[in-house]
Design a protein around this ligand. Sequence first.
Ligand code: HEC
Length: 184
Amino acid sequence: MRRALAAGLAVGTAVGLWWGAGSCGKGGAASGPRDSSVPTTEEREALFPADMGPDTIDVTAYPAPQQENYRLFVEKCSLCHTLARPINSPLVDASTWGRYVRRMHGKNQVRHGGLLLSGEEAKRVIAFLAFDSRERKIKRAEEFQSLQADLLMRFDLAVRDRYKRNAEVGRTSSQESAPYVGDR
Ligand code: HEC
């Protein structure tokens, strides 16, 4: 089992917090509650709730070496998916991040036939992920939990929307398909 913050636990209260805070939307630049019953294209394509969140981290207050590590993380971890995926992931501790980074490394070998990171670079990315998780997800747990709750809620809406669209496409194409010629 992966160790992660219990993201969904505080949904009820956290959703309220989010609407109050109004600052946890994409890029942290939400200008008040938007009509969340209409998912954006990005949201429709999201595979993980995390994909719908901010895709940058403000590292200006982080120590210089972690700012360097952040740049490496941005370069390497955005090759196949949005950076929002790791940034808003509930994963926290270094050993869990280590497992995921190794897994991504394996995927890169399959997909691009090369190494994603040298051993040294992998250590730096893991160090960054663990440091940043402490700063944003543990020290500011309430804020992070309300973001998680918001993402789960929006993901749920987007999945429903996707389902509805697929059902509509299915209906249209079955109407347009060739007449049934089978024997049962
Ligand atoms: C070669 C392509 C590729 C690269 C490069 C890559 N990823 Fe991924 N990542 C994926 C795919 C595909 C998924 C979809 C889910 C899965 O198969 O785990 C994923 C999923 C994830 C998830 C969600 C997993 C879950 O189950 O919650 C996280 C977190 C993640 N990646 C982090 C990273 C980090 C950190 C890096 C940089 C070290 C990275 N990824 C680089 C392909 C990649």
